[in-house]
Design a protein around this ligand. Structure first.
Ligand SMILES: [Zn+2]
Length: 223
């Protein structure tokens, strides 16, 4: 009742299952109003959206946002004698990642950032490590799937900013190769793909060359 009353005050018609499609469009227009509405009106519109979206049949329309932000994090143990693959590039090092797939910490957290921005389940749920078909799989497969899901949801990559945390080896000689490969996988211009690398000041497993971690933030934009 409260939703209908407030919606009427804002000239957003009450929703019926028979005109859901048109109602979704109207809701979308309501959401667009949030972006540019004066502050007082914004409060009203936000209140209305929350109430209307409490109806399960309409909640899916929450996907229709002009921008979506996602964050990804990943960490792997480093063990002697394994390959170290970062961003799809084989990096010479005496240790590599212990993992079910190829252990590419950067690609894994990029996938999680994209899936997170889309409000989808995380990489472990979509590609479970209990499934033998992912054993030793190149993580580029996961990135391509995430990019496909992003396009299917109606979004393109805005920009991506990733931070790798590892004590050794130095990544600066490999950063451009990693970025080039990422751009190809993501179908993105180098200007919107950024990679940073930091040590962990010799502290904890990351600083003792026993693990590697990465964070990624991604911005998606509505097509
Ligand atoms: Zn991982």
């Amino acid at each position: 009742m409260a939703a209908a009353a407030t919606a009427a005050a804002l000239a957003i018609p009450t929703l019926h299952s028979s005109n859901l499609s048109s109602a979704q469009t109207q809701l979308r227009n309501g959401r667009q109003a949030q972006v540019c509405a004066p502050r007082a009106l914004l409060f009203q519109v936000v209140s209305t959206s929350v109430e209307v979206e409490s109806r399960p049949s309409v909640k899916r329309d929450a996907q229709v946002l002009p921008f979506r932000v996602g964050h990804g994090f990943d960490l792997h143990r480093l063990e002697p004698g394994l390959p170290l693959i970062i961003g799809g590039i084989d990096i010479p090092h005496e240790r590599g990642c212990e993992a079910h797939s190829d252990g590419d910490v950067l690609l894994h957290c990029i996938v999680d950032a994209i899936l997170g921005a889309l409000s989808l389940p995380d990489i472990g749920q979509i590609f479970p490590d209990t499934d033998p078909k992912w054993r030793g799989a190149a993580s580029s497969v996961f990135v391509k799937e995430a990019v496909k899901l992003m396009h299917e949801a109606g979004y393109v990559l805005g920009n991506i900013d990733a931070t790798l945390i590892l004590q050794k080896p130095k990544l600066s000689p490999h950063k451009e190769s990693i970025r080039k490969n990422l751009c190809e996988l993501l179908g993105a211009d180098p200007a919107v793909v950024n990679i940073k690398a930091k040590t962990h000041e010799k502290v904890d497993s990351l600083g003792e060359n026993r693990s590697i971690a990465a964070h990624t933030v991604v911005l998606l934009m509505r097509k």
